[in-house]
Design a protein. Structure first.
Ligand code: FES
Ligand code: FES
Length: 165
């Protein structure tokens, strides 16, 4: 199997790696780097569980070759927290507090997709949240809670605190 030396910029850290030219970004993140927050559910581009943020946009890491990701900024769920003050992202906090996850396999992808959505639209309607997350499947069927979490997270991010406090 052909292997290549590459450098990936993940969560603001440069990783120099020797990878198989056929390995997906998801495989390299999970198995070679140990960033197992990225989940793999279908492994064929259907469910969104493997979503990472690539140059500011959600991307399916199971469908991308790691060797094609050189030079791009890759953000995984581990990088969404603030490394300086150790605080987790408001969306992560609200998912924990309001039971936004059941088995949790879809959760990192949901949160990263929602973070991109809120970047573009900080005050979405419920329908806009559902539409924005429509590419992310939850096999536990927790969609109502997930939508509520994103709306609550959006409110916290707009007001700087729960219910504006
Ligand atoms: S695991 Fe990548 S889309 Fe399902
Ligand atoms: S919480 Fe289990 S797949 Fe969504």
């Amino acid at each position: 199997m052909a292997r290549r030396d590459i450098a990936l910029n993940i969560n603001k850290t440069r990783y120099e790696l020797k990878v198989s030219t056929t390995s997906s970004l998801a495989e390299i993140l999970r198995e070679q780097i140990g960033l197992t927050g990225t989940k793999v559910m279908c492994n064929e581009g259907e469910c969104g569980a493997c979503t990472v943020i690539l140059d500011g946009k959600p991307a399916l890491s199971c469908m991308m070759l790691a060797v094609d990701c050189e030079g791009q900024d890759i953000l995984t769920i581990e990088g969404l927290s603030d490394p300086l003050n150790g605080k987790i992202h408001p969306l992560q906090e609200v998912f924990i507090q309001r039971s936004g996850m059941q088995c949790g396999v879809c959760t990192p992808g949901m949160i990263l997709t929602a973070a991109c959505l809120l970047e573009e639209n900080p005050d979405p309607t419920e329908d806009e949240v559902r539409e924005g997350l429509s590419g992310n499947l939850c096999r536990c069927g927790n969609y109502q809670r997930i939508t509520e979490c994103v709306l609550e997270g959006a409110k916290i991010m707009r007001t700087g605190g729960r219910d504006g406090k």
